[in-house]
Design a protein around this ligand. Structure first.
Ligand code: HMH
Length: 221
């Protein structure tokens, strides 16, 4: 049917903002090796705060899947994502100490607070599983696409940033994003027009938040 690959249709329709979120100057600077390390450290500290807020959001998606999903294997995919987040939190601590970033003293910047507040709004039981899983996919896919770009042939990513790019840009993470995308597509196919419209709006909000998030790496202006 027409909605079979709804997320693909949306990425085409909103290509400009998607490219803005996945080919941001910060990502392009990592890829061409010109990145300013203070920008990288700012991003690292802010992203740790974001990931901590992302955990309860993912837990809420798991709960919605358990209550609403027609396919019990969705739980396995989401649980895999939660397990990866556990690993990610430990990685942030290790990486921060490597760069001399003191995580407890990092102050969340306004775009980060705004994005975390948006995540919190999606935790509400009024947001259904289809909208939540679509949002979950979009958030993960932006990082996957962005960091995979820094590892492609011809990229000049500095050696000390390669591990960061691998974390989200690796093939296994790519497969996981595809699994989330398939779940989102399956659900969107059966969803009411109202839910489909809400899911598309959240996708756009996420892409805007992601652009603002990368912008923070420039530091206060
Ligand atoms: C801002 N978006 C942001 N941070 C992340 N770690 C991800 C997406 C992917 O988990």
């Amino acid at each position: 049917t027409e909605r079979k690959a709804m997320t693909e249709t949306w990425l085409k329709k909103h290509r400009q903002i998607y490219v803005g979120a996945t080919r941001h100057p910060f990502i392009l600077a990592i890829r061409d090796g010109s990145v300013d390390l203070s920008s990288f450290k700012r991003w690292l500290g802010q992203d740790y705060i974001f990931v901590r807020a992302f955990i309860p959001f993912v837990a809420s998606v798991l709960l919605k899947a358990w209550k609403e999903s027609d396919d019990s294997t969705d739980i396995d995919v989401i649980l895999g994502g939660m397990a990866a987040l556990n690993d990610e939190i430990e990685w942030f601590k290790k990486e921060a100490s490597k760069w001399g970033v003191d995580l407890p003293s990092v102050v969340p910047q306004q775009p980060n607070l705004d994005y975390c507040r948006f995540l919190e709004s999606l935790i509400s039981p009024d947001v259904d599983y289809t909208q939540a899983i679509t949002a979950f996919w979009a958030i993960e896919a932006v990082y996957q696409d962005s960091f995979a770009h820094c590892l492609e042939d011809g990229s000049k990513t500095p050696g000390e940033l390669k591990e960061t790019c691998q974390r989200w840009g690796n093939e296994v993470f790519g497969q996981y994003c595809h699994a989330l995308q398939s779940i989102a597509n399956r659900r969107l196919e059966k969803a009411t027009d109202d839910v489909v419209a809400k899911a598309e709006v959240s996708l756009l909000r996420i892409l805007e938040h992601e652009v603002e998030f990368w912008n923070m790496s420039r530091g206060p202006v």
